[in-house]
Design a protein around this ligand. Structure first.
Ligand SMILES: Nc1ncnc2c1ncn2[C@@H]1O[C@H](COP(=O)(O)OP(=O)(O)OP(=O)(O)O)[C@@H](O)[C@H]1O
Ligand SMILES: [Mg+2]
Length: 236
C-alpha cells in the first residue's frame, strides 16, 4: 500500500542527507512503526509522503499512485497527524472539523464517533486557542480519522496524550486496520512501537538499519541494532 523507493533528501548539500536511499514496503492492513532517535529522518520521510516538502530523488507510491506526480490524488486518501498540532486557533474544534470534512468532501457526522472516543465532544464548541496541548493533539487525531482515509500517517502521535487517550489511539488504529486501512507512524520510543505495531522500520542518521517484526529484529545478532534498541528504551 505504501512503497518508498530509494528516497533521498538533503537540506544542506555540505552535510549528510537527512534521508538517504530509503526503501520500504508496507502492506495494506499493517500498522507500521518508524522508529529512530531524534534527527533520524522520520519527519523528513513523513513530510515528503504528505507533500509538505519535495525529495531530491526517489519515489513514494501510495496505493500505486506517486505522491509527487499526483499529489492531490494521494492527499485525498491520507489522514495526517503532524508532529506539532497547528490550527486556526480562533476556530472552535467543531468549526475545524467542519472545515476539514468540507475540504475532503466527507460527511462531518463521521467525526462524531472519533471525537467521542477521544472524549473531545464536550469541548468542540470552544475555541481551539483554549485547548491544552493534549486536547490539540486529540483534535489533530480526530481530524485525521474523520475524512475516511485509506492510509493514516502519524508523526509522533502519542506525544501529549494521557495513558487513556494513548490506549484509545492504539485501539482506534487497530480497528482502522481491521477495516482495511494502513498505518504509518513515527516514534522515538521503543515501547510505543512494540505495543502497537505489526512491523517496524529502524532508522538512524537517515538510513534504514532494519525492517521487520520485533521478534525478527530481536533475534538478529546485530550490535548496532542492539545498541540503538537500548538507546530508544525507557525514554518515557
Ligand atoms: N527544515 C530543515 N532544515 C535543515 N535541516 C533539517 C530540517 N528539518 C530537518 N533537518 C535535519 O534533517 C535531519 C532529520 O531530521 P528529522 O526532522 O527528519 O528527524 P526526526 O527523526 O523526525 O527527529 P525527531 O525525533 O527529533 O522528530 C536532522 O539532522 C535535522 O537536523
Ligand atoms: Mg520528527
Amino acid at each position: 500500500m505504501i512503497n518508498i523507493n530509494n528516497l533521498t533528501k538533503s537540506y544542506d548539500p555540505t552535510k549528510r542527507a537527512a534521508v538517504a536511499d530509503l526503501s520500504l514496503h508496507i502492506k495494506s492492513g499493517e500498522i507500521y512503526g518508524f522508529l529512530g532517535p531524534n534527527g533520524a529522518g522520520k519527519s523528513t520521510t513523513i513530510n515528503i509522503m504528505v507533500g509538505k516538502i519535495v525529495q531530491d530523488s526517489g519515489t513514494i507510491l501510495i496505493d500505486g499512485v506517486d505522491t509527487f506526480a499526483h499529489s492531490l490524488e494521494t492527499k485525498k486518501i491520507i489522514g495526517y497527524v503532524p508532529d506539532e498540532p497547528n490550527f486556526y486557533e480562533k476556530m472552535s474544534g467543531q468549526e475545524h472539523l467542519n472545515f476539514i470534512c468540507d475540504i475532503f468532501d466527507a460527511p462531518v457526522e463521521a467525526s462524531e464517533k472519533w471525537a467521542s472516543l477521544f472524549e473531545l465532544s464536550g469541548a468542540l464548541g470552544d475555541p481551539i486557542a483554549s485547548y491544552s496541548r493534549g486536547m490539540k493533539q486529540k483534535l489533530g487525531i480526530v481530524s485525521a480519522f474523520s475524512h475516511n482515509p485509506k492510509v493514516l500517517v502519524l508523526d509522533e502521535p502519542m506525544v501529549g496524550l494521557d495513558p487513556k487517550a494513548a490506549f484509545n489511539l492504539k485501539e482506534a488504529l487497530r480497528q482502522f486496520c481491521d477495516g482495511g486501512g494502513t498505518v504509518f507512524f513515527s516514534t522515538h520510543v521503543m515501547e510505543v512501537a512494540e505495543r502497537i505495531c505489526d512491523k517496524v522500520g529502524i532508522i538512524n542518521r537517515g538510513k534504514l538499519l532494519a525492517s521487520g517484526s520485533f521478534s525478527e529484529l530481536r533475534s538478529r545478532q546485530d550490535e548496532t541494532l542492539e545498541q540503538l534498541f537500548l538507546e530508544l528504551t525507557n525514554e518515557e
